[in-house]
Design a protein around this ligand. Structure first.
Ligand code: NAG
Ligand code: NAG
Ligand code: NAG
Ligand code: NAG
Ligand code: NAG
Length: 382
């Protein structure tokens, strides 16, 4: 399972000069450390423990946290395909993280800030719509999400110390899987303001935040990590609907090459960061899963999955080619959603439909896009 130095070297040789320079700038000296120290050894989970999952991220994995925090009253058609009512998820149904919970046979993660109806015995979700890594001290940046986790952990352990019931004990925190899916909002924000080369040059502080989050969790006893790369940003209707002079930046599937190149470069750097962290944290297991090829495949090979219009929203305004209007989001009064969301990749221009999330989850569960290729659904299985 170890990715030897030559594999790493080969990978680096394929990189554009700007990314290679970035890796050096990040001091990701993967070649200088023993290859993949923690790779192959599997997750740490004591026999008899049940799976516990903590998630950090943005709206891609927000199960209702931001809606609870801001008092948003989302209305239908959000949630219509499954719950079947709005839950605070930006989707017609389940998110990828929900399908991953199903694979572990645990209940869907309750948002940390949802006061009523929550059950934290299988973990908690700190992901918040709109979240980025930067700036780090605003609600609910990744850094704040990690602080919220530490607050949650301390309260749970305090209750148990007092002889009351806390949802998770010390061993539960240590055995849990810590999942991070963030970066889309950071990379998108950069791309809307700067030319490509300058965007790439601004990745190191984003990666430094992810590194800090993992290290902080690790220093507090966490051992199992699952980190997602970002998706095919250039295939999002919200990006495609930005007026352009001509179509020279579109690829063969109609996606924006520049956005996708930036997403791939970000993921390459994140992958290297995971190598570096695995080498440093010998008693941790860090799985990196690249969501870019998974989400790009949804568009490129959409007919294979029964999707008709991979670049058009189901819930949006304006009609073809993208059915996206910056002033009329899915929740606007005069927006009517499509009849059958399962024919669409994009729910609202930014977020995927439940049908697309199901395909993404299946690809994650295949472990084909993961390094090391541990099986997500085998986490904490006896
Ligand atoms: C899943 O959990 C339910 C109870 O929560 C239990 O009845 C069932 O046997 C479990 N299934 C597996 C495959 O572990
Ligand atoms: C919370 O979920 C756990 C595991 O699914 C279950 O055993 C427990 O009864 C639930 N607690 C409440 C208060 O519903
Ligand atoms: C948690 O991590 C932070 C940052 O690394 C550290 O300062 C703190 O001491 C840790 N707390 C515990 C209880 O280990
Ligand atoms: C298309 O637009 C880009 C700038 O967005 C420009 O560099 C390029 O020359 C244009 N191509 C054509 C064929 O007009
Ligand atoms: C489309 O599917 C084929 C066959 O599974 C695969 O080889 C190819 O990489 C996919 N294309 C993209 C862009 O993901």
């Amino acid at each position: 399972m170890s990715s030897g130095g030559s594999a790493v070297r080969r990978r680096r040789a394929l990189l554009p000069a700007s990314v290679a320079a970035l890796l050096v700038a990040l001091e990701l000296m993967v070649l200088a450390v023993p290859a993949a120290a923690a790779a192959g050894s599997g997750f740490r989970c004591r026999p008899g423990s049940r799976p516990v999952l903590f998630n950090f991220g943005d709206s891609n994995s927000d199960t209702g946290g931001m809606a609870a925090a801001r008092g948003w009253h989302l209305t239908r058609p959000e949630g219509r395909a499954f719950f079947p009512r709005p839950t605070g998820r930006f989707c017609d149904g389940r998110l990828t993280v929900d399908f991953l919970c199903e694979s572990l046979n645990i209940s869907y993660l309750s948002p940390f800030l949802k006061a009523l109806g929550s059950n934290y015995s299988s973990g908690a979700n700190f992901a918040s719509a709109g979240a980025a890594t930067q700036p780090r001290d605003v609600p609910f940046a990744l850094h704040i999400q990690v602080q919220e986790f530490l607050y949650f952990r301390d309260r749970s352990l305090e209750l148990i110390d007092q002889g009351l019931s806390g949802p998770i004990d010390a061993q539960g925190f240590q055995n849990a899987l810590y999942m991070i899916d963030i970066g889309q909002n950071d990379v998108n924000a950069l791309l809307s303001n700067l030319p490509y080369d300058q965007v790439i040059a601004k990745f190191p502080p984003i990666l430094a935040e992810i590194k800090d989050a993992v290290q902080t969790l690790y220093n507090n006893g966490s051992q199992n990590f699952w980190i997602h790369g970002t998706g095919a940003l250039g295939c999002l209707p919200q990006k495609l609907a930005i007026p352009r002079k001509n179509d020279s930046d579109l690829d063969q599937y109609g996606c924006l090459k520049t956005y996708n190149r930036a997403a791939v470069a970000f993921n390459t750097a994140l992958d290297s960061l995971c190598d570096q962290l695995s080498a440093q944290m010998k008693d941790a297991t860090i799985v990196y899963t690249d969501l870019f090829p998974i989400k790009y495949d949804l568009v490129a090979n959409h007919t294979k999955y029964g999707f008709d219009k991979p670049l058009m929203t189901c819930c949006g305004y304006g009609g073809p080619p993208y059915n996206y209007d910056f002033n009329k989001g899915c929740q606007s009064k005069d927006v009517t959603a499509c009849d059958d969301g399962s024919k669409f990749v994009s729910w609202d221009g930014v977020h995927l439909t439940e049908a697309a999330n199901a395909v993404v989850a299946k690809a994650i569960l295949s472990s084909q896009y993961s390094k090391p290729s541990l099986k997500f659904d085998q986490f904490c299985r006896v």
